[in-house]
Design a protein. Structure first.
Length: 205
């Protein structure tokens, strides 16, 4: 009964969320589009002609923003375990980022191209056990960081979603060892009660 009430409350909040309503009106696949737009407006990540890799793309709103802002000379490569509807201008690969064969295929598609921006909005399938879910989230962040370190150009940007909790500070310190600048971003479109934040790293050491 309690779970049913909680589900109804979440659905009511979701359907009346101003960012959800705005996304529906403006043709974005999810409210998350506005998180990336706000960060990009502040930090100028997505530039005309940029090469972008979007990890954890489904349902595709971040890639929509990347395609718009990088223009016809930009390139957007995206990956997710889940399928997405076709997005014009996005080279999409469906697969598990933790699978070496999938990573190898993504690298094959990049064909040695240096990447300007790596985006990671990945989150684990939730088990309901907070410590397990947090550990899985940090693991995905570490995998995304490793990818960014090996594929970004020297002045590239890495933006990754992380949940505050056990392992967060250690992960942030690891990023600071790899990049000259690491900043915390909490966009307005991110719900206040959520422990999610975004770490923005720039300039590889």
């Amino acid at each position: 009964m309690k779970r049913n009430k909680t589900s109804k409350a979440w659905l009511h909040e979701h359907l009346n969320d101003p960012y959800v309503l705005r996304a529906n009106a403006e043709g974005y696949r999810a409210r998350a589009a506005y998180k990336l737009m706000e960060i990009d407006d502040r930090d100028n990540l997505l530039r005309r002609g940029s090469v972008v890799v979007d990890l954890g793309v489904a349902p595709g709103s971040w890639s929509q923003v990347a395609v718009q802002r990088c223009g016809p000379t930009g390139k957007v490569f995206a990956l997710d375990l889940l399928p997405i509807d076709t997005l014009h201008g996005v080279n999409f690969l469906q697969g598990d980022f933790t699978d070496d064969a999938v990573l190898a295929e993504l690298e094959k598609r990049l064909d040695g191209t240096h990447v300007d921006v790596v985006l990671s909005d990945m989150a684990p399938n939730l088990s309901g056990v907070a410590t397990v879910d947090q550990a899985r989230s940090i693991m995905l962040g570490e995998l995304a960081l490793d990818f960014a370190v090996h594929h970004l150009n020297a002045h590239g940007h890495f933006l990754v979603k992380v949940f505050q909790g056990e392992g967060f500070m250690a992960f942030r310190k690891e990023m600071e060892q790899r990049f000259s600048s690491v900043q915390v971003r909490k966009p307005k479109a991110s719900r206040d009660r959520s422990s999610e934040v975004y770490l923005l790293a720039s300039r590889l050491r």
